[in-house]
Design a protein around this ligand. Structure first.
Ligand SMILES: Cc1cc2nc3c(=O)[nH]c(=O)nc-3n(C[C@H](O)[C@H](O)[C@H](O)COP(=O)(O)OP(=O)(O)OC[C@H]3O[C@@H](n4cnc5c(N)ncnc54)[C@H](O)[C@@H]3O)c2cc1C
Length: 372
C-alpha cells in the first residue's frame, strides 16, 4: 500500500512500537504522547519487565517466539542493550509446571524440570515450591530503554515524535481522522492508532458518534511491586511462583508472584491484585498492607533479598475480562491496548500487528474490539 499519514496516540511501549513498525513500512508517522520522555504515569516505565516463552496457552506461546527476533532487531537498529537473557524459573503445583513444560516442548524450545533442591543449589537466593521448570530463553527487558529505543528507531525512519502533546479528541472525518491536541493545531490523517493504555476508555468513550463502535470492558488497577536489595541482582533469573501448592490460591497470591533482578534490586510483585483506580486521579501512594504482605512473602521465599528493606513503586494494569489484548481496527482507527499486565514482552510484535491492521490486514480473533 502507498505511503499514508498515520497518527499514533500514546507513547508507551505499545504506541512507540507501533510508530516504529509503521515508519518501517514507509508511512508518514506522528506519535503524540501527553507526558515527558521516560515518564512514570503509565504502564511502561522502569528498568525491568519479564520476557519469557513459557505460556501454557499455545496462542500466546507462539506470540512470544515471534516477538523474540523483533527485540533483537530493535537492539541492532538502535545499538541499545534492551533484552538480557537470564533464564526463568517457574515453580508451584506440578500440573501447572507440567502444562508450561508441554508448551515449551511443543514449540521445540529448551526447558528443564527441577526439584526445589536443584533450584536452591543453582540460585541460592530463590526458594522453590513443589515443582519447578527452568527455560533459558527468558530474561529481563529494560522497559525505559525499550520505549526510548522504539521511539529512536521510529525517528530514524522519519517519524515525528512529540511529547507534551495531549490528545483531547479523536474523530472520524470522511475516510480519515481528525486529532485535537490540547493547545496545538489539529492534525488530519488517513488513520490513527490509539495506544493510550489505561486512558483507552476515556479517550474512546464519545458515545455513538465516537471513533469506534465497540470496546471491551477494561479494568484499570494500580499495582504495587517492590524492589528488594540483594547481592548481584542482575545474576537472578526471572521467576513466577504459581499458587496452588505451598502458596495459597487466595488473598494477594491468587494470581501468583512474579519477580526478576534489575539494576534497582530484585523486583517482586503480586500479579493483578491492586485496587481499581481512575488513571487521571489515582493516589500513587503505596499501600502499606500490600507492602507488608510482599515483605512476608520475600522472607519465606526469597532468602537472597533483604526482605526488611523493600522500595515500592506503583504502575497501572489495564485488564480485559479474559486477559486477551485488544488489537483491532474499525474504519481508520486501530486500537491497541487491554494489555492485562503481561503485554510488554510482545510489544514489538503488537506494534507490527497494529501497523498491519492499519494497512488493512486482518488480526487475531482473540484481539477484536467486538467480543462477548
Ligand atoms: C508493575 C507492572 C509490572 C509488569 N510486568 C510485566 C512483565 O514482567 N512482563 C510483561 O510482559 N508485561 C509486564 N507488565 C505489563 C506491561 O508493562 C504493559 O502491558 C505495557 O507497558 C502497556 O503499555 P501501553 O503502551 O499499553 O501503556 P502505557 O505505557 O501506559 O502507555 C500509554 C501512553 O498513552 C499516553 N496517553 C494517555 N492518554 C493520552 C492522550 N490523551 N494523548 C496523548 N497521550 C496519551 C500515556 O501518557 C502513556 O504514556 C507489567 C505492568 C506493570 C504495571
Amino acid at each position: 500500500m502507498s505511503v499514508r499519514r498515520v497518527v499514533v496516540v500514546g507513547g508507551g511501549a505499545m504506541g512507540s512500537a507501533a510508530a516504529w513498525r509503521l515508519a518501517a513500512r514507509g508511512d508518514e508517522v506522528t506519535l503524540l504522547e501527553r507526558f515527558w520522555p521516560g515518564h512514570d504515569r503509565g504502564s511502561s516505565y522502569g528498568t525491568s519487565r519479564i520476557f519469557r516463552l513459557a505460556y501454557a496457552d499455545p496462542f500466546y506461546a507462539d506470540l512470544t517466539v515471534r516477538a523474540l527476533p523483533l527485540w533483537q532487531q530493535l537492539e541492532e537498529a538502535t545499538g541499545r542493550r534492551i533484552l538480557t537473557l537470564t533464564g526463568a524459573v517457574d515453580h508451584g503445583p506440578a500440573a501447572v509446571i507440567e502444562a508450561l513444560h508441554e508448551g515449551l516442548t511443543r514449540l521445540g524450545r529448551p526447558a528443564e524440570r527441577l526439584v526445589p533442591e536443584q533450584v536452591a543449589e543453582r540460585w541460592p537466593g530463590l526458594r522453590a515450591d513443589t515443582s519447578a521448570l527452568y527455560h533459558p530463553e527468558a530474561g529481563r527487558l529494560h522497559a525505559d530503554e525499550s520505549v526510548a529505543g522504539f521511539q529512536q528507531a521510529a525517528r530514524d525512519l522519519g517519524a515525528d515524535i512529540r511529547h507534551g502533546a495531549r490528545v483531547s479528541e479523536l474523530s472520524v472525518q470522511g475516510e480519515g481522522v481528525r486529532v485535537r491536541i490540547e493547545g496545538q493545531d489539529d492534525i488530519r490523517a488517513d488513520a490513527a492508532i490509539v495506544a493510550v493504555g489505561s486512558w483507552t476508555a476515556s479517550l474512546l468513550a464519545n458515545g455513538p458518534d465516537g471513533p469506534v463502535r465497540s470496546l471491551p470492558a477494561l479494568r484499570v488497577t494500580q499495582e504495587q511491586p517492590a524492589h528488594f536489595p540483594a547481592v548481584d541482582p542482575l545474576s537472578w533469573p526471572s521467576f513466577i511462583h504459581h499458587p496452588g501448592a505451598a502458596l495459597p490460591a487466595v488473598g494477594p497470591t491468587v494470581d501468583g508472584v512474579y519477580g526478576l533482578g534489575s539494576i534497582d534490586g530484585v523486583k517482586a510483585g503480586f500479579h493483578g491484585i491492586g485496587p481499581v483506580v481512575d488513571p487521571e486521579r489515582r493516589d500513587r501512594t503505596p499501600d502499606p498492607e500490600t507492602l507488608r504482605a510482599l515483605a512476608a512473602y520475600a522472607e519465606r521465599w526469597l532468602p537472597g533479598v533483604q526482605h526488611t528493606a523493600p522500595e515500592p513503586l506503583t504502575c497501572l494494569y489495564t485488564t480485559t475480562k479474559q486477559h486477551d489484548f485488544i488489537a483491532d481496527r474499525q474504519g481508520p482507527v486501530t486500537v491497541l491496548g487491554g494489555c492485562s499486565g503481561h503485554a510488554f514482552k510482545f510489544a514489538p510484535l503488537l506494534g507490527e500487528l497494529a501497523a498491519a491492521l492499519t494497512h488493512g490486514q486482518p488480526g487475531p480473533d482473540r484481539f477484536t474490539l467486538d467480543r462477548p
